[in-house]
Design a protein around this ligand. Structure first.
Ligand code: SUG
Length: 464
């Protein structure tokens, strides 16, 4: 496993993956309409401890491949400031305990919404535009507003604080707040889950400017719209992200997501396509205009672009959503080859495993291996390996500008594992969310975590 200093020596520019640490209230509340796994696991007893340890094990496995790995913190849950913001009737008392007890009684769904550990899916935290691609040569983080789902729409303020505490150096990094959700423009933004950056050098060491694909589900002029499930990302938001990233329009493409795929449970583009370097691994039904999107990409990225398509007859949408094949992490390794980090579910489904074997065997596809990891606790809420990480391509000199405590070195991972063992419950049921002890345990854990990661006071309870 390489540490941050060794990475700086080895590559001119590296992609770091910042995974969200699963929070102490990880649970299954069926909150995400249009996310099939979230709906089908509603009410199941979760294991926050197992979930967090699975996440840390994934980070360790990715770091062992020679990829720079970082962490982002969970959020304070249940989030009492949100509950208080919705009004506290005086006669019931206003202590945290009283507020929790009342909401558990009158609106358990609201309690679940303010208790979700959904900030773990950092692919939705922000869109990252690397310095090399931005006109001002700084890395831009555009925090996502996640406005479609209430439980996620409360994430952005703390996400922005966590990003600023991790990427502090204002000369090198700029973190934008999330777009307002009440403006007349239609800015629905779900972050990097709908954004893919391509480069044409296959080497990790090359300083190569990227080409950017933004995929949206809704726009004012869209001819077709999903009929059943919401389209979370809008074209206006994607365009604004590109503007704030100071991207050249010549290197930017916008494509509409296939409406039928959204209706089949593909609520983000990263559930049906993944790209890296010169490779796009995609399902046939990812885009509304399949041929137009492939042509625009080839035009923009160049002839070395490889589009590895999986046909609908090879893998139906239902299997795409169940296996999360396309939510694998496609990573360039230090030797320049690519690896696919898949959820274990892919190895257990013969048709999916056959697709992976076919892709690896094809000499035209620059994919050399696949590894399978158990992130089942997250998968049951619709979050695969790629949902759990935010890609941050960094110029070598910028690696040293990142908060050093945010890197998942072997000693940091050991410290985090011990921290999880100390603070996390083994099991959590819906009725436990009202337990005032859970609130105290979570705050104690997060307070300690801000010291482990040297984040400062990013949580509301630390600022009160
Ligand atoms: O937003 N699930 C998340 C999963 C996010 C996956 N991210 C990417 N595809 N990049 C969501 O739907 C479920 C929570 C619950 O039901 O308890 C949830 O929020």
């Amino acid at each position: 496993m390489l540490d941050a200093t060794q990475h700086t020596e080895l590559c001119l520019s590296c992609e770091a993956n910042f995974d969200g640490i699963v929070g102490p209230t990880h649970n299954y509340a069926g909150l995400s309409y249009g996310n099939v796994a979230s709906a089908s696991n509603q009410g199941r007893v979760s294991s926050p401890r197992r979930a967090a340890l699975q996440g840390l094990a994934k980070m360790e496995a990715v770091a062992a491949l020679g990829v720079l790995q970082g962490v982002l913190p969970p959020h304070e849950r249940p989030h009492l400031p949100t509950l208080r913001g919705l009004g506290v009737p005086e006669e019931h008392g206003s202590t945290d305990e009283a507020v929790l007890a009342r909401v558990a009684r009158v609106d358990p769904v609201l309690l679940a919404r303010v208790s979700s550990a959904s900030a773990m899916w950092t692919a939705n935290a922000a869109t990252v535009i690397p310095a090399i691609d931005a006109r001002d040569q700084r890395t831009h983080f555009i925090t996502a507003n996640l406005r479609e789902m209430f439980h996620r729409a409360i994430e952005p303020p703390v996400t922005a604080r966590a990003l600023r505490a991790t990427f502090q150096d204002r000369e090198r990094f700029e973190v934008f707040d999330a777009f307002p959700t009440d403006s007349r423009e239609d800015f629905g933004d779900e972050g990097a889950a709908n954004h893919t950056r391509f480069t044409t050098s296959t080497q990790n060491g090359g300083d190569v400017v990227g080409m950017h694909l933004f995929v949206y589900g809704a726009s004012r002029d869209a001819a077709r719209k999903p009929e059943k499930f919401p389209a979370r990302q809008t074209l206006s938001a994607s365009m604004r992200v590109a503007q704030l990233g100071f991207l050249s329009p010549q290197r930017t493409i916008y494509a509409q997501q296939n409406a039928d795929a959204i209706d089949a449970g593909v609520f983000h583009n990263d559930v049906i396509a993944v790209g890296n370097g010169n490779l796009l691994l995609t399902h046939e039904l990812a885009f509304e205009d399949r041929e137009g999107t492939y042509a625009a990409l080839t035009n923009t990225v160049g002839d070395s672009l490889v589009i590895a398509e999986v046909g609908a007859d090879e893998l139906g949408l239902e299997e795409v959503v169940k296996s999360y094949l396309f939510n694998s992490q496609l990573l360039t390794l230090p030797d320049g080859t690519m690896a696919l980090v898949c959820p274990s579910e892919c190895a257990e489904r013969p048709r999916v495993k056959a697709v992976i074997d076919r892709l690896i065997a094809d000499p035209h596809i620059p994919l050399s291996r696949a590894i399978f990891l158990d992130v089942r606790e997250s998968m049951r809420n619709g979050g695969g390996p790629a949902c759990l990480r935010l890609r941050v391509p960094l110029a070598a000199q910028d690696v040293a500008r990142v908060n050093p405590q945010a890197f998942a070195t072997p000693s940091k991972l050991a410290e985090l594992r011990a921290w999880v063992e100390r603070h996390y419950r083994d099991e959590l049921a819906a009725t436990d969310l009202a337990d005032p002890a859970l609130l105290r345990e979570s705050r104690d854990a997060l307070d300690e975590l801000t010291r482990i990661l040297d984040l400062g006071s990013i949580y509301d309870f630390q600022r009160a």
